[in-house]
Design a protein around this ligand. Sequence first.
Ligand SMILES: Nc1nc2c(ncn2[C@@H]2O[C@H](COP(=O)(O)OP(=O)(O)O)[C@@H](OP(=O)(O)OP(=O)(O)O)[C@H]2O)c(=O)[nH]1
Ligand SMILES: [Mn+2]
Length: 179
Amino acid sequence: MDSEAALLLETVNFAAEKHRNQRRKDPEGTPYINHPIGVARILSYEGGVTDIEVLQAALLHDTVEDTDTTSEELEAKFGPIVTHIVQEVTDDKRLPKQERKRLQVEHAPHCSQQAKLVKLADKLYNLRDLNACVPVGWSAERVQEYFVWAAEVVKGLKGTNLALEEKLEKLFKQRGLQL
Ligand SMILES: Nc1nc2c(ncn2[C@@H]2O[C@H](COP(=O)(O)OP(=O)(O)O)[C@@H](OP(=O)(O)OP(=O)(O)O)[C@H]2O)c(=O)[nH]1
Ligand SMILES: [Mn+2]
């Protein structure tokens, strides 16, 4: 087996252990790990991305934000490049939600190309997920607000990956939104 395949297995196993007690917000409580795996798969299969560090960062992208994982732990296991990408896509959960959302819009254009790829795939996965099933407790208005905010973030990520941007644009159009 090639070493990149082994590295991806090591990475997905680490993410699965970290997210093992978490579920998505859908009524069925889908295992959370389906999301990071799906984000990495969007990058590879739909975005044509082969940069192993981007694929690893996609698998790990919610570990620091949503589990007890620290940057130091990621750095020791996966090195500085992967860790930096994850840091760039990590919200500071100590901040109020509105502030976190505003900062994503503000920071998106200044992220590295690698982080922009992960952010595009993360938004594409989450918007498709919203079209497939509404999270428990979310109104139709809250779903639409998420699309409106996501469009603002994605505007700042333009020029990164045409295939992913076209798919996002179609989803926004269906909601009456433009990039
Ligand atoms: N659409 C959808 N999202 C779910 C579901 N379960 C968990 N999530 C996660 O919820 C987040 C979006 O929900 P919000 O209420 O806007 O944000 P919050 O969790 O940060 O407070 C996303 O986080 P994120 O991946 O960190 O991305 P981001 O939205 O913060 O950029 C998404 O992955 C689900 O069933 N459907
Ligand atoms: Mn995510």
